[in-house]
Design a protein around this ligand. Structure first.
Ligand code: AMP
Ligand code: MG
Length: 355
């Protein structure tokens, strides 16, 4: 399949670039486009057959539903049932932005989008190119993250081109995304409301508007829930090919960084303050004081681990407040819940017996 690559400024896209993608969406094709969170792999969200192409392009299991991306408040009513004007204005106060809401669906939404559920996930992305694309296509765009299923999400168009060329009709070459961690998903059909996935909208900001919200263990990433609250929870996620170890605490990360032999087979992934001055192989996530920036680099760090000749990566934990909640969820999943102490990693390095 031939994939057209179109360069486009995501903050100020020109009309021609937008129309190229919009006409493919209208014709039932697939387009990879930037949002403020991660790149999405989109198709006409009201065309069931077009949406099936998304699952094929990603090797995504058919029972893992998609998020509908909209560009105007009217589109929300075309796809979902919003019970009250109060609820509507609460939702709108976060849009455009990295919040996905789960609501009851309208009959127009095809089963391939919702995996046959009677709920639909909807959001309005805060990205001028994404909004212009949806607007010009005139339909909601169904889109999961643009990576192959189980791989880390894509936050840079270079990774989209490398991983997805030949699998979709068009890829926008628009550089890096702003947040880097997917949207927060809130289930507004549950009482109390609950977070199904932590992400780039902070729980603290959501609670200020929606009141008390239940945070599930799955949203923290501390447990694979026995019953998947959202179909996506039961699947392996975000995984680099090389083993990634989450250190038990920051102190152990620093002590390993200082005392481990100067081998080049271990990648240290962490904040600037901890890595500065070290001669070890490292990936700098940015300063501890700027967790939004850390979030924007976390998936790139997982991909970097796979790109080099590393045998393993180590990463330190983050506080689980604000953007840190989503960051820790992605790290726990990417590490396959492997935690380690400095001594365990040293032993593994010494014996050549890693994992
Ligand atoms: P992705 O954008 O690749 O992370 O995939 C979309 C996420 O939204 C997945 O985790 C889905 O399980 C979740 N999702 C989409 N629609 C629904 C729905 N109707 N009910 C529950 N979860 C949903
Ligand atoms: Mg995904």
């Amino acid at each position: 399949m031939y994939t057209r690559i179109v360069r486009a400024d995501q903050d100020n896209p020109d009309r021609e670039a937008v129309m190229a993608g919009a006409s493919i969406i209208r014709a039932g094709g697939t387009v990879i486009f930037p949002t403020e969170t991660v790149y999405g792999l989109g198709a006409d969200g009201l065309n069931g057959e077009a949406c099936l192409k998304i699952f094929m392009a990603k090797n995504r299991p058919a029972d893992n539903p998609l998020i509908l991306h909209i560009s105007s408040p009217d589109m929300l009513d075309r796809v979902a049932v919003v019970d009250s004007s109060d609820l509507r204005s609460k939702i709108m106060s976060f849009w455009p932005g990295p919040l996905t809401v789960l609501l009851r669906k309208q009959p127009t939404v095809p089963d391939s989008v919702t995996a046959g559920l009677d709920t639909v996930a909807v959001r309005m992305p805060d990205n001028p190119l994404a909004l212009a694309l949806i607007d010009s296509a005139g339909v909601p765009i169904a889109a999961p993250s643009a990576n192959l299923s189980t791989r880390p999400s894509i936050t840079d168009s270079a990774d989209a081109i490398a991983e997805m060329s030949g699998r979709v009709d068009l890829i926008y070459d628009s550089g890096r995304t702003a947040y880097g961690i997917e949207s927060t998903i809130i289930d507004l059909t549950a009482r109390p409301y609950r977070i199904l996935r932590s992400g780039s909208a902070r729980i603290e900001d959501l609670e200020a508007v929606f009141g008390h919200i239940e945070i599930t263990d799955a949203a923290r990433g501390t447990a694979e829930s026995e019953v998947a609250l959202t179909p996506g929870m039961k699947y392996r996620h975000y995984a680099p090919t090389r083993p990634l170890f989450l250190m038990r605490n920051v102190e152990e990360f620093v002590s390993l960084l200082r005392s481990s032999p100067d081998k080049h087979n271990v990648l240290f992934i962490g904040c600037s303050e901890l890595l500065d001055g070290s001669t070890k192989e490292r990936y700098d996530l940015g300063p501890f004081s700027d967790l939004r920036q850390v979030g924007s680099r976390i998936f790139s760090s997982f991909r970097y681990l796979d790109s080099g000749s590393y045998e393993l990566g180590v990463i330190h934990p983050f506080p689980e407040t604000g953007y840190g909640l989503g960051i820790m969820n992605r790290i726990r999943k990417a590490s396959g819940h492997r935690t380690a102490s400095a001594i365990e990693i040293m032993e593994a390095m010494g014996s050549g017996r890693i994992e």
